[in-house]
Design a protein around this ligand. Structure first.
Ligand code: ADP
Length: 282
């Protein structure tokens, strides 16, 4: 009798355990399905957000490009129409207007070239060509290239290094571009009788380059944005001196591609210092 009862309770227990197992299995299965569903939804949402951001980026980019190109195109149109309207025969203005039209063409060329460089960096099309070179020598060469415009703007350029030679491993052509952009900015946004010092220091594995000026400086609220494409603090001044608003964006792309860092410190009416690092040659 008791054996019968015992077997039936064991049987019941077995059924309960079995049902419980079944239930848990179903729960796990439902959880798995739900998880997949939620993840699928999330990745769809993320994809949609990504597409929206891309679309916004594309719109902003096109808007900025057409805005930038409009000014030189309309300027050129104005000069050419005046020449066609009789200005060509006027010895006073014909050469002057042709020169001004040429200046606007050059501006368009620099905008298009800068855009091309940025697009190539963003599409990861530009491969760096690493080699060892003396960064002090390169800084001196870039100072020489910019000497004329420095003299015109009454800015003194100098290089400060505590050694005769410091070898870095980097893409020389691209680093030349970085130095040209940073030093020409220090001239463009400098003050009369100002100075720019390019300081070069090395530690165990890195070389640190500081481009320090005592120019106009930048208010702190702009600092986080100046490496963005087309971002300008003072639009009229930048355009007057031929700035495209793309220089620092290119600089950032080049330093990022080297897997190094660039930072800026600046105070209005005191000056700015842009600092980047490079790997020392092994
Ligand atoms: P731009 O072609 O206008 O010079 P950049 O990308 O090189 O464009 O610089 C972005 C903005 O950052 C400039 O318009 C300028 O307002 C500011 N800026 C850059 N470098 C300096 C500097 N050395 N001193 C003061 N302002 C600077």
């Amino acid at each position: 009798m008791w054996l019968n009862e015992f077997t039936s309770s064991v049987f019941e227990l077995n059924t309960i355990v079995f049902s419980l197992m079944n239930f848990s299995f179903n729960l796990v299965f439902i959880y798995f399905l739900l998880n997949r569903y939620i993840r699928g939804k999330k990745s769809n949402r993320e994809e949609i957000e990504h597409l929206k951001a891309n679309e916004q980026y594309r719109k902003e980019f096109l808007g900025n490009v057409s805005h930038e190109l409009k000014t030189p195109i309309f300027n050129m149109q104005g000069y050419i129409l005046t020449l066609l309207d009789g200005g060509l025969e006027d010895q006073e203005i014909n050469r002057k207007y042709l020169k001004r039209a040429e200046k606007n063409i050059n501006r368009m060329i620099s905008i298009v070239e800068d855009l091309e460089t940025i697009t190539k960096f963003e599409d990861h099309e530009l491969k760096l060509i690493y080699r060892d070179f003396d960064i002090i020598k390169l800084v001196r060469e870039v100072i020489e290239m910019l000497e004329m415009s420095a003299v015109e703007n009454k800015i003194k350029l100098s290089c400060d290094a505590d050694k005769d030679q410091i070898l870095v491993e980097a893409d020389k052509k691209r680093i030349t571009q970085v130095l040209l952009n940073l030093i020409s900015n220090s001239i463009r946004y400098g003050v009369s009788s100002g100075r720019t010092v390019i300081q070069i220091r090395e530690n165990r594995s890195l070389v640190r380059i500081d481009v320090i000026d005592n120019g106009l400086g930048i208010e702190s609220k702009h600092l986080s944005r100046i490496f963005e494409r087309f971002y300008r603090v003072d639009k009229s001044r930048s355009k007057k001196f031929g700035g495209t608003g793309l220089g620092l964006s290119i600089v950032k792309h080049i330093i990022d591609a080297h897997k190094q860092t660039i930072s800026v410190k600046s105070r209005p009416n005191i000056g700015s210092s842009f600092t980047f690092t490079l790997n020392r040659a092994k």
